[in-house]
Design a protein around this ligand. Structure first.
Ligand SMILES: *Cc1c(COP(=O)(O)O)cnc(C)c1O
Length: 762
């Protein structure tokens, strides 16, 4: 503020009586004694607010060096002999008179901005767009009230070439006062929402009141949504076509349209207009949107909690989630506790599904929010950033995407190929071959699968905890003897492969006085891994027949090379051996059990040996060695990352550890945050492995690091954050596995746990 008014001039503007004398002039004003910084030349307006009388602060201001005061006639102030007092009817009116007088000193255009939301945003936008061509005066912050407008006008100075003044009202009659002060040449109407309407009879009254501002304007710019005003209200309008710009939410198209039209009016060329609008800081919206925990979307707008910004945020929230649940979270600071009711009213008018005031010292209950759009607003001094950060989904840039629909398709495909009565046991060991058993197994259960296989007891416990109920059987293929208690507690079914283990398990059951506990007998028919020998069958049966603690729930074996037709003779021998075991128990045991020997590959090659159940593993996830089968299965795992950084590497420079790669030409490389710790093996260094960016193959250059790789993107037009495919359309699982000289099983189970798993269902 750079004023220069003599005492006499002020007295005449205020129509005041002066007490005291001075030859100094007034250069700036204050009305809040807490904000006094420069007392020299300052005029203090003793405004009376809702809860305080200005007089209380006069003394305080005097102590801080203020010597000029505007006070109410009836004020019972003590008059200091070295101070000067303007006595007026109403100090606020005096302030507005000064503003009115000041505004009249300038002939450059004054643009008034009103609307129930978006005023501050629009003012910042216009400043961004024109400040290189115009010397702009604009309202500080969101100063748009009776006092704020006066202060804004007092900012006008002779070096400016245009002024933008925000005007906001909350009661009928206020806008006329604002208009008389502003005397706008042009008007901008941003939008009309629900904010600040409680004191008005209806929309029409509120609109008419706002309109008062534009009555005497040369031209008012209004969004297309108010086109019908043209016939209803007096004045000169320019109805502005809406303008959609992909940087902004669709709800901003009205305001953007006004901006575009106004810039054209200011004689900006259309290419300049586009360029400027495209470079608008979306940060001006202050709202940050990101993915939260539990499928929430979070709108973070914890910078301030003024009403304008709040209603803007509420509108934005509604646009972002027309169908999703809306939750509003407010961090009110103690200092503003009195605003609570008003804030509540505003929020309620938007009908959110829930809203929460978070008291000081309490946390946002993120755990209770699911699949909602959560708007968080708070006063700055609540320092809510940390609270909001807790709700943010922690995300590694590199993700493993699991397509559940593909898994379902593959299961259905198998069901259509095997006899109707044959069951499917889903192998979900090693966390569902790396795809996340806690998500995949419940999905399979939903699709009707009732038999699951895991390797170890703790994997079985994880399944039960993830919601695989007692009506589903979970077979633990390699149980440790010391896990018997855990197995029993969680009702898991152990595969028994030796006499010691059988003895141990029966002992555990005796201690717990449990009988007829289901167990599975595992036979080694030629692979020579875990399992009883076929010749053990009589002795096993004798033990089981004499021990009521256990019953045979299943008998199984495993094929050593089901994939390979050239070893079908060997496989046939295994099948024959299994058949003699099964028929022995069928004849001699009273337990009715499920027999099974076939895995994914075996099920289609030897369908006559399905017995009661097949154990589906790799093919369920969509992978097979069988070329004819490939077309019928759908791969379920994709692996993506994104570019962290792009670099130009001059010819002759080296890349990575061990300076093992030298650029033969000038090249461009991208750094991708995936490394051998994630399962992208070190053997893929220096061209052995590749990724795909925009569908183009980009070979690894230099050595694979623990958490990063560098790839050659010289032939790709790529930007930072662009998506990188490691496994997907362009580089299928089988191809990637080959590049690491391994099989899909190992690739899948080697995908590190630290990578986020994302589940998609089409
Ligand atoms: C892993 C496993 C399977 C599944 O094999 P796939 O080749 O993945 O179908 C079947 N049975 C046993 C005993 C297993 O350990």
């Amino acid at each position: 503020m750079r004023l220069n008014y003599s005492i006499e001039a002020c007295a005449s503007i205020f129509e005041a009586t002066i007490i005291g004398s001075s030859s100094e002039s007034i250069t700036h004003i204050y009305f809040d004694s807490r904000k006094i910084q420069q007392a020299n030349g300052a005029l203090f307006f003793a405004l009376s607010g809702h809860s305080r009388s200005g007089n209380e602060f006069i003394e305080n201001a005097y102590q801080q060096g203020i010597r000029f005061f505007v006070i109410a006639k009836n004020a019972s102030s003590k008059f200091h002999p070295d101070a000067l007092y303007f006595q007026v009817e109403e100090p606020l009116t005096a302030l507005q008179q000064l503003a009115t007088h000041h505004r009249k000193q300038y002939t450059y255009p004054v643009v008034a901005i009103t609307g129930s939301v978006g005023k501050t945003t629009f003012k910042e936008w216009i400043f961004h767009c024109i400040s290189d061509k115009f010397k702009v005066v604009r309202s500080p912050k969101s100063f748009n009230s009776q006092i704020g407008v006066a202060l804004s006008l007092l900012e006008m100075h002779e070096n400016a070439s245009i002024a933008f003044i925000e005007a906001g009202i909350s009661k009928p009659g206020e806008m006329k006062i604002l208009r008389d002060m502003i005397q706008p040449d042009f008007g901008i109407f941003t939008a009309f929402g629900k904010a600040h309407r409680e004191n008005f009879a209806d929309n029409e009254e509120h609109l008419l009141e706002k309109w008062t501002l534009f009555r005497e304007c040369k031209l008012a710019f209004i969004p297309h949504t108010f086109a019908d005003l043209e016939n209803r209200l007096p004045g000169n309008f320019q109805v502005c076509e809406s303008y959609e710009n992909h940087h902004f939410p669709i709800g901003y198209s009205g305001m953007l349209g006004v901006l575009k039209t106004f810039l054209a009016y200011l004689q900006f060329e259309s290419h300049q207009i586009l360029e400027r609008i495209n470079s608008l800081p979306t940060l001006a919206l202050r709202m940050e949107v990101f993915e939260g925990v539990n499928g929430n979307t979070i709108i973070n707008d914890t910078y301030n909690l003024d009403f304008d910004a709040l209603s803007e945020a509420l509108i934005y929230q509604r646009q972002l989630a027309p169908t999703k649940k809306r939750i509003v979270v407010i961090g009110l600071s103690e200092k503003h506790a009195h605003e609570r009711l008003e804030i509540e009213k505003l929020i309620t008018s938007f009908n959110p599904d829930e809203f929460h005031f978070i008291p000081e010292g309490k946390s946002i209950p993120w755990e209770n929010f699911h699949n909602a759009v959560v708007l968080v607003k708070a006063h700055r001094d609540r320092a809510f950033e940390h609270e909001v950060a807790r709700g943010k989904a922690l995300k590694h840039r590199t993700i493993v995407e699991i397509n559940l629909s593909a898994i379902k398709h593959n299961v259905s495909f198998y069901q259509s190929r095997i006899p109707k009565e044959v069951k499917i046991l889903a192998m979900v060991k090693a966390s569902s071959y790396g795809s996340g058993a806690d998500k995949v197994a419940p999905f399979l259960q939903q699709s009707g699968i009732r038999n699951f296989g895991v390797a170890f007891a703790d994997e079985g416990v994880e399944l039960r905890k993830a919601g695989i109920g007692i009506s589903s059987s979970i077979v633990v293929m390699n149980p440790d003897p010391e896990h018997s208690d855990l197995i029993i507690e969680y009702r898991l079914e152990p595969a028994i492969y030796s006499f010691e283990q059988l003895d141990e398990f029966i002992t555990a059951l005796i201690h717990k006085q449990i009988s007829a506990y289901p167990i599975h007998l595992k036979f080694d028919t030629g692979m020579h891994r875990l399992g009883f020998a076929p010749s053990d069958k009589e002795r096993i049966l004798a033990i089981i027949n004499s021990q009521p603690e256990v019953k045979i729930q299943g008998i199984y074996s495993h094929l050593a090379d089901a994939d390979n037709p050239i070893h079908s003779e060997f496989t046939q021998k295994q099948l024959t051996s299994f058949e003699s075991i099964v028929s022995y128990f069928r004849t001699n045991s009273s337990d009715s059990f499920l027999a099974h020997i076939l895995n994914s590959e075996g099920s289609l090659r030897y369908p006559e040996s399905c017995y009661d159940m097949i154990r589906l593993g790799i093919s369920m996830y969509g992978y097979t060695e069988n070329n004819q089968l490939k077309a019928s299965l759908q791969g379920s795992v994709s692996w993506y990352s994104s570019i962290s950084q792009i670099k130009a590497v001059p010819k002759g420079d080296f890349i990575g550890y061990g300076i093992s790669y030298q650029a033969i030409e000038d090249m461009t490389i991208a750094i991708i945050p995936v490394g051998y710790a994630d399962g992208f093996r070190r053997s893929l260094s220096n061209g052995k492995g590749s990724v795909f960016i925009h569908g183009i193959k980009c070979p690894v250059v230099g050595r694979v690091c623990m958490d990063m790789i560098m790839v050659d993107i010289s032939s790709v037009d790529a930007k930072i954050n662009d998506s990188v495919e490691i496994i997907g359309q362009n580089q299928p699982m089988e191809v990637f596995a080959k590049s690491m000289e391994t099989i899909p099983y190992e690739v899948m189970t080697g995908l590190s746990k630290r990578m986020h798993r994302v589940y998609v269902e089409e």
